[in-house]
Design a binder for this molecule. Structure first.
Ligand code: ADP
Ligand code: MG
Length: 238
């Protein structure tokens, strides 16, 4: 069984076809990126996997369960956004704990999980701070802790590092890889940045104008691009 299965998924907004007949499977514990230019449908695919958008046609399953129609706290995936969306009035610990509270996890387990998460993202001692007392990279790690605290099957990322400067972005890439390897959670990571996709992921899905151009390992895509678009897009490194 695959962790994520996307089958014949099309998404239309009025007369615009944002995603056209997408098909892919992602295995347990894979780190896969969806790479494509702005407007190519990356976020739309991710939002459908998250259950925020419903496909016009086709089906999406996480661990064999259809995503459509499942209430938010039962979807088995969490999402990390570029703007993080931390709750400003809650402490770091309360931000991380939030989803566990919603799921009625008892207090003792919550506290244990929160301190484990602070350790995982290397923010021990930061639990009582407010988000605005943290640097951008630290806030990023809180958002990540919040997304993995309830051990979802999948964490979905929508360009989470785009607003960070280059050095911090590289550091966070290492951190994401480390945490993914430690937790074994499947990561699906959207970016328009070839550099990030090439260095961070096991496999890449290259998208253009709503259509998947190629799926493969970094090496496969690089050595054997199946179209001029893929060759140009991957070659366009700076
Ligand atoms: P990307 O994330 O690759 O930049 P998106 O998935 O956000 O691309 O968008 C793909 C296309 O779908 C774009 O043309 C965008 O304008 C359109 N689109 C996305 N969301 C909506 C929406 N809610 N309503 C109408 N059009 C949308
Ligand atoms: Mg987007």
């Amino acid at each position: 069984m695959h962790t994520i299965e996307v089958e014949n998924v099309t998404k239309e907004f009025g007369s615009l076809v944002a995603v056209e007949d997408a098909n892919f499977q992602i295995k347990d514990g894979e780190f896969v990126s969806i790479l494509g230019p702005s407007g190519s449908g990356k976020s739309t695919i991710l939002r459908m996997v998250a259950g925020f958008e419903t496909p016009t046609t086709g089906s999406i399953a996480i661990e064999g369960n259809e995503v459509v129609g499942v209430p938010p706290f039962e979807r088995n995936s969490n999402m990390v956004f570029q703007n993080l969306a931390l709750f400003p009035h809650l402490t770091v610990a309360e931000n991380i704990e939030y989803g566990l509270k919603q799921a009625n996890v008892d207090k003792e387990t919550r506290q244990k999980r929160v301190s484990e998460m602070l350790e995982t993202v290397r923010l021990e001692g930061y639990g009582d701070r407010q988000p605005d007392e943290l640097s951008g990279g630290e806030q990023q790690r809180v958002a990540l802790a919040r997304a993995i605290v309830n051990e979802p099957a999948v964490v979905l990322f929508d360009e989470p590092l785009a607003s960070l400067d280059r050095k911090l972005r590289q550091h966070m890439q290492f951190e994401l890889q480390r945490i993914q390897a430690e937790t074994g959670i499947t990561f699906l990571y959207v970016t328009h940045d070839q550099d990030i996709a090439l260095s961070i992921s096991d496999r890449m899905i290259v998208l253009n104008e709503g259509a998947i151009q190629q799926i493969g390992t970094v090496e496969e895509l690089y050595n054997a691009p199946m179209s001029q678009f893929v060759a140009d897009f991957l070659g366009d490194l700076n």
